[in-house]
Write a protein that binds this ligand. Structure first.
Ligand code: PGA
Length: 255
């Protein structure tokens, strides 16, 4: 993992946008893996700005989102499809027909999950996968003890995740208990993973991901087996790392 600790989330988001911009300019048909939540919003705002002001062209790109709530319709105010439309797709020139979000209402969930993996495979796999991390170490909705080899699947959400996400809903009881998520095995097939984490409530999960043992108790630690993961975090999220000096020295040499 390459770890970049930035002073602010804004700075980290802009640097992540540089990676995304370089990738789209090098390969206009880029297959982008996308995440929801508060963390990637700065990156998405920067992608929107660069599309509008700098002509960054997404017209030939396609995308696959990590996850969707189970039993939630795409037009539900809290669906991840709606989140993506409102926070990114409506504001860049990507062809919405080539944006994919798992269908939380699929009649046959098992078949839908297999199809989602096949679609990613048929698209040539994800080139750049944007990732956030849950305070419990989840990536996508792969919760602690989830198989580190998992493919796209239905998962039961932890109480902690539901509490963390309750801010997007009227009340905790409204947060769905299940979701469909790309598996960790699916995520590990992405060529580049772009991990973003901000804030002190992510510090333990971030330390486990980077420095802890690889364990299903911290699903993000599986990224230690990924060949090209770049981590952009702010000071607060980095506060529990032991090798801080090493990351700063390596980052200074790389930049
Ligand atoms: P957040 O969620 O960006 O809203 O903190 C991250 C995640 O749960 O993966």
């Amino acid at each position: 993992m390459r770890v970049f600790i930035m002073k602010t989330a804004e700075e980290a988001s802009k640097t992540a946008a540089d990676v995304m911009e370089k990738a789209v300019r090098a390969k206009p048909e880029l297959v982008i893996g996308l995440a929801t939540g508060s963390t990637p919003l700065g990156l998405y705002n920067e992608m929107i700005r660069r599309c509008k002001e700098d002509g960054l062209d997404f017209s030939r790109a396609s995308s696959f989102n990590l996850d969707e709530y189970f039993g939630v319709r795409p037009d539900h105010p809290c669906s991840y499809r709606r989140f993506m439309n409102e926070n990114l797709f409506d504001h860049i020139n990507i062809d919405k027909a080539r944006t994919h979000v798992p269908d939380g209402m699929a009649a046959d969930i098992e078949a839908h999950c297999r199809l989602y993996d096949k679609m990613i495979h048929d698209a040539g796999n994800v080139d750049v996968q944007v990732l956030g991390i849950g305070s419990d170490g989840h990536i996508g909705f792969n919760e602690p003890t989830c198989s580190l080899a998992s493919r796209t699947h239905r998962i039961y959400l932890t109480e902690q995740t539901r509490r963390d996400n309750a801010r997007f809903f009227d009340k905790l009881d409204d947060v769905p208990t299940q979701a469909i998520t790309m598996g960790i095995g699916t995520i590990l097939e992405s060529r580049t993973c772009l991990m973003l984490a901000f804030g002190a409530n992510k510090a333990d999960a971030v330390a486990g991901m980077i420095e802890g043992p690889v364990t299903a108790m911290n699903p993000a630690s599986a990224l230690q087996y990924h060949n090209d993961t770049v981590v952009f975090i702010d000071e607060a999220a980095a506060s529990k790392l032991k090798l801080r000096g090493y990351y700063d020295a390596a980052a200074a040499a790389a930049l």
